[in-house]
Design a binder for this molecule. Structure first.
Ligand code: UD1
Length: 373
């Protein structure tokens, strides 16, 4: 095959979103690159995987490793074993990994051990909390990579502090590009999406929770549910239930779906649907990394049920507030949601996540590096 071989490894929901604009740039403007996409199979439910390939018009992966679920070691090892075979077949000049999932770390380690250079999209994020599996994945992946694409100035500083200066490329955040790309479609469909949930704009709280620290401890999960019921007494709640949370709710003998008018529990939604629901929410309650940032970009006040964040930029002006005790959810959510000026104030804050051209910069740097090797 002529040209230069590039392998992009994805596997979990946020990675599909972060990669889509980079894939588009590569396919449109960098014809010398032969791109192969590997799907690790870490996320496999259609509403956690296929829907994103469809909505973001991404090409079908060349390989699916079907790694599925398991303990961290089992999942990471399954991806590594499968990927070693795909790399041996494809012989890439560069392996690109986005984000901070087990797929990210497995791919970075496998490639580095096979002496294939690695590039990391969304490098340099740190929450400082090593009890999060993602924090371990971030640090190790950055240290395996010859190119670290940093989304923010904070990320650049974090990488420098770990002695990785030579690998840093300050690009901006590809999630800004992804959001920009689908904004017209979100606008066109938001009214009908809200209608599906019987929701009025700015009259509900959107909820997503899936971190092990929140949902694996069933006592804590019960407290969270209790808090959500209290919130729903005054403000409609729409809770998009992640598969991990669904399985923990099942252990409690609680349903993961309910269309009760004031407290809706539903399956995870696609990207367009989620953004439409977020854009029109009075407030977001989440433990997701990406959604804290999307809320900021859409000027939606956010409450994050965690004691740290890898996106400290979102804390400016109380656009995002960290909270640890589920008992405090109702009072803080009411305070944030009923603050009439907060949305306008967030709209006036400086956007530290980039200009929407991160993917073009990354694609160019990838081509330059791939051609060099
Ligand atoms: C992963 C990432 C996290 C990311 C999140 C987004 C790691 C360590 N974590 O967490 O960084 O924010 O994805 O969603 O990689 N499951 C299904 N169907 C699926 C996927 C998962 O039923 O399509 C179930 C499995 O039973 C599994 C649980 O959900 O036990 C959690 O899946 P896992 O792959 O560990 O990742 P997430 O918790 O989603």
């Amino acid at each position: 095959m002529t040209g230069h071989n590039l392998m992009l490894v994805v596997g979990a929901r946020p990675q599909f979103i972060k990669s889509a604009p980079v894939i588009e740039e590569l396919l449109r403007r960098h014809k010398r690159i032969n791109l192969s996409i590997v799907h690790s199979g870490q996320h496999y439910d259609p509403d956690m995987s296929t829907i994103f390939f469809h909505e973001l018009r991404m090409p079908k992966p060349s390989f699916n490793l079907h790694a599925g679920s398991g303990s961290h070691a089992a999942q990471t090892a399954a991806i590594m074993k499968g990927l070693e075979r795909s790399i041996s077949t494809t012989k890439p000049d560069l392996v690109v990994v986005p984000g901070d999932t087990n797929t990210t770390l497995a791919a970075a380690l496998t490639a580095a051990k096979l002496q294939i250079p690695v590039a990391h999209i969304e490098a340099g994020l740190r929450s400082g909390d090593f009890t999060m599996p993602e924090e371990i994945n971030r640090v190790l992946t950055d240290h395996c990579s010859i190119l670290n694409f940093a989304p923010t100035r904070t990320a650049v500083r974090n990488l420098r502090a770990e002695g990785l200066s030579g690998s840093i490329r300050f690009t901006g955040d590809t999630m800004v590009d992804a959001l920009k790309a689908v904004t017209p479609e979100v606008k066109a469909r938001e009214r009908s999406i809200l209608a599906q949930f019987g929701a009025q704009a700015f009259a509900y709280v959107l909820v997503t929770l899936h971190r092990p620290s929140n949902v694996d401890d069933l006592h804590r999960l019960k407290e969270i549910q209790h808090a959500l019921r209290k919130v729903a007494m005054r403000l409609k709640v729409i809770f998009l239930v992640h598969p991990r949370t669904r399985s923990r709710l099942a252990k409690l003998g609680r349903p993961a779906t309910s269309m009760k008018e004031s407290l809706i529990l539903t399956q995870p939604q696609g990207y367009i649907e989620t953004l439409a629901l977020l854009k029109n929410a009075r407030c977001l309650l989440t433990d997701s990394g990406g959604m804290q940032k999307e809320a900021f970009l859409l000027h939606v006040p956010c409450v994050t049920l965690r004691n740290t964040t890898e996106w400290p930029e979102t804390l400016v002006g109380n656009a995002n507030r960290l909270i640890t005790n589920p008992k405090n959810i109702p009072s803080l959510v009411f305070r944030v949601a009923l603050n009439e000026n907060l949305r306008d104030r967030i709209g006036k804050l400086k956007n530290p996540f980039g200009d929407g051209h991160a993917s073009a910069r990354i694609a160019k740097l990838i081509e330059d590096t791939t051609v060099m090797h």
